[in-house]
Design a protein around this ligand. Structure first.
Ligand code: CTP
Ligand code: MG
Length: 232
């Protein structure tokens, strides 16, 4: 089984409010994107890693990813697009390795566990498409047409995260159809689903925050500092 990893990192990080692209922000002395990639170190079958970055930031990302001390296959950096969907498509077009499976994981989730990565890959290998997801912890209400709200059973809901893993042919075709039809989807699972591919949901193990706000960044720093202590 040949696996390629695409890491969308082409967002600007507006909500974080940093001057640099979000994925280059330091977490405990290491750029976020480098921390995210290290979670995939020595993953069986991983032949290629492609990082999709803001236009103009390719040299900065090459610097941030120089001299990796872990194995994630051939690493390359390509320019992304205006939306995450466009960035993923450009990533798919940039792959060199003709993989069986593609794992898509946001640079903004540097805490993802090896267990989650492994479980999602296993599920996609068996069924063609899978995503990490979590049950909501808060109770949930929804808007009604009347202007009132009503309780929703949160036990039936999933918060969709990355990693998401797909058969390469399935995700490639879904993105090209979406581009041709000018279809925008919430994420890659929604894209393949509208192309007829069922998506398996795997419950995330461990913290997997998407660093969005300064508070999220603080949380990521705390978790990674604690991990560093545990591994000493
Ligand atoms: N992303 C991307 N290309 C885009 C937009 C987003 O590759 N045009 C990536 C981001 O770099 C991030 C992931 O998609 O790793 C999830 O997006 P998000 O967390 O929203 O990051 P940003 O778009 O950078 O943040 P913001 O929405 O606050 O600007
Ligand atoms: Mg965004």
């Amino acid at each position: 089984m040949r696996l390629a990893l695409i890491v969308p990192a082409a967002g600007s990080g507006k909500r974080l409010g940093s001057e640099r692209p979000k994925a280059l922000v330091d977490i405990e002395g290491v750029p976020m994107v480098r921390r995210t990639l290290s979670r995939f170190a020595a993953l069986p079958g991983l032949v290629e890693t492609l990082v999709v970055v803001p236009t103009g930031a390719i040299p900065d990302f090459n610097d941030a990813l120089a001299d990796l001390d872990f194995r994630i296959g051939e690493v390359s950096v390509v320019a992304g697009g205006d939306t995450r969907q466009a960035s993923v498509r450009l990533g798919l077009e940039g792959l060199q390795s003709d993989p069986d499976l593609v794992c898509i994981h946001d640079a903004a989730r540097p805490l993802v566990s090896k267990e989650t990565i492994r479980d999602v890959i296993e599920a996609a290998r068996a069924r063609g498409a899978a995503t990490a997801a979590m049950r909501p912890v808060d109770s949930i209400r929804e808007d009604l047409e009347t202007g009132e709200t009503r309780a929703v059973d949160r036990a039936r809901l999933w918060l969709v995260q990355t990693p998401q893993v797909f058969r390469y042919d399935v995700i490639f075709k879904a993105h090209h159809t979406a581009k041709a039809m000018q279809q925008q989807a919430a994420d890659d699972t929604a894209l393949v689903e509208s192309a007829g591919q069922a998506v398996d949901v795997v419950e995330t193990s461990g913290p997997n925050v998407k660093v969005t706000t300064p508070e999220d960044l603080e949380l990521a720093r705390l978790v990674l500092a604690r991990e560093a202590l545990e591994h000493r």
